[in-house]
Design a protein around this ligand. Structure first.
Ligand SMILES: [Zn+2]
Length: 496
């Protein structure tokens, strides 16, 4: 493998979460976008003559979808051209009633730009070729018993972004990292939920290998319909290994389309492309070219006002304002809701207000508790706001800690109870009478530990100073975590 390098380009599809479809007024999703609990989401209920391709109908473009596409371009530092236009991509398939798809790949609304990824501590800029906007097709189901298929056109006409990278990725882990960062930005911009499990984001990967240092691209294999981060990494790594082995065995790599079989953990040949499909593209005659510019209907300066603080900017600010470590700032800023929750806690904590002496220390405390003591316990919850701990209550817990009414160890125990019950830290402390113990009781416990471990005391006094930790541990155990660590150390040192 050392003499070869892998070259990957991604084509990522993401559903825009506009209210209505791309070229008609039909809704894109059940009310509240709740597919799971919506029993009403029967097939073919969100359709009309336009999205079912009836003769004589005319498309009307969805302004929000176009603006959302330009917004993503602005967030990724892309070039927004003076105009773009829709075109027809002609092909026949039963889920595409018009027998053409309206797309905008030839003169797209967003060109270039890109996204930085961070893989094992080193940064790489992943350049985009372009982003275009198109409409999705319907869905086919093939009942097991029966020689027929069913067509559901609820999805037909849903606005779909296609984000196309240059062939600059070189491993599965890079591709997965790019997908994650892109998902984070789509969610920050609030233009797509980009949930891969729900089919709101999927990707095709074009994979080839070449001898290291060679400028020429090898024959590319396209792996279609990848729908998880794990799968994108596994499929690329498998495919590059397969291609290298084939070349080493003197075989020729065929340009083909393959699918990923998750059960077998390998790619499977689907069809071999002998020549490119002829889609007979031509400009969509029912939609005029769209002009973009100052004073035009699509004004990038006005769209730019919708641009929020993005993950990377937030990460930098979290480090400088709240003193977070790089890795903590990264974890929190990568997820829009997590970042908002973190700042909501800070908002309720006067101790962390800008300019207060301990602001940075308190910020770090919050991040620590959130990442190490909370995230692992709420893995089944999609959004941290749906957990039982409100930001106000979280702030209350940190407040007790800052005021030294509880120890760090107690804070962890109390937080675990808060996650389970939804009670406030104050109430848990009061009900269970857990409070930091006073100095007098602490001295009694320490006396007990010293008299109970005469051997260790002797060894410690003979120079085995590393036994100090043993004594601290014993005191913590005896006090059920309620002893203050710094007071414990101080008294222990005096008495030993
Ligand atoms: Zn419709």
């Amino acid at each position: 493998m050392q003499n070869y390098e892998t070259v990957v380009g991604l084509e990522i599809h993401a559903h825009l979460k506009t209210e209505s479809k791309m070229f008609c007024r039909c809704a894109t999703a059940p009310k509240g976008r709740d597919y799971e609990s919506s029993k009403k989401d029967e097939p073919n209920i969100r359709i009309c003559p336009i999205c079912t391709g009836q003769p004589g109908t005319l498309p009307i473009a969805n302004r929000k979808a176009i603006e959302d596409t330009i917004l993503l371009g602005l967030a990724l530092g892309s070039r927004i051209p003076d105009s773009f236009n829709f075109e027809r991509k002609n092909y026949y398939y039963p889920d595409l009633p018009k027998a053409y798809q309206i797309t905008s790949a030839t003169r797209p609304p967003v060109i270039g730009g890109g996204l930085e990824i961070d893989v094992r501590g080193s940064q790489k800029f992943i350049e985009l070729d372009h982003i275009h906007l198109e409409e999705d097709a319907g869905k086919l189901t093939h009942p097991k018993a029966g020689d027929y298929s069913l067509v559901d056109l609820n999805r037909a006409g849903t606005p779909l972004l296609e984000i196309i990278t240059k062939p600059v990725l070189s491993s599965g882990i890079e591709a997965a990292s790019f997908m994650r960062n892109l998902q984070s930005i789509l969610r920050y911009l609030n233009i797509s939920d980009a949930d891969m499990e729900k089919g709101q984001m999927r990707c095709d990967a074009n994979i080839s290998v070449r001898k290291s240092g060679s400028k020429q691209l090898g024959a590319k294999v396209e792996v279609k319909n990848i729908n998880s981060f794990k799968m994108v990494a596994a499929a690329i790594d498998y495919e590059s290994k397969r291609q290298v082995e084939a070349i080493e065995n003197g075989e020729k790599i065929e340009q083909q389309t393959r699918g990923w079989d998750s059960n077998k953990g390998k790619t499977i040949a689907q069809r071999t492309k002998e020549y490119a499909n002829d889609y007979r593209y031509f400009p969509e005659p029912d939609l005029p070219p769209f002009e973009i510019g100052k004073g035009k209907a699509l004004d990038p300066e006005i769209i730019n006002d919708r641009l929020p603080e993005l993950p990377k900017e937030k990460r930098v600010r979290f480090k400088s304002e709240y003193g977070l470590a790089e890795s903590d700032a990264h974890i929190i800023s990568a997820n829009f809701d997590l970042a908002k929750y973190f700042e909501d806690i800070i908002l309720h904590l006067p101790e962390a207000a800008e300019g207060s002496a301990n602001a940075r220390q308190v910020g770090k405390m919050v991040a620590n508790l959130m990442i190490n003591e909370m995230l692992g316990k709420i893995t089944g919850i999609e959004n941290i706001y749906n957990s039982k701990v409100t930001p106000e209550n979280f702030a209350g817990l940190v407040s007790l800690l800052v005021q030294e009414k509880i120890t760090g160890k107690l804070a962890k125990i109390i937080l675990a109870k808060m996650i389970k019950t939804g009670k406030s830290a104050y109430n848990i402390v009061k009900e269970e009478e857990i409070e930091k113990i006073d100095v007098k009781s602490l001295e009694q416990i320490i006396n007990g530990v010293i008299s109970g471990n005469p051997h260790e005391v002797e060894r410690y006094r003979n120079g085995e100073t590393k036994l100090f930790g043993f004594f601290v541990g014993q005191v913590m155990k005896e006090s059920k975590g309620q002893a203050d660590p710094s007071a414990t150390s101080k008294i222990l040192r005096e008495k030993l």
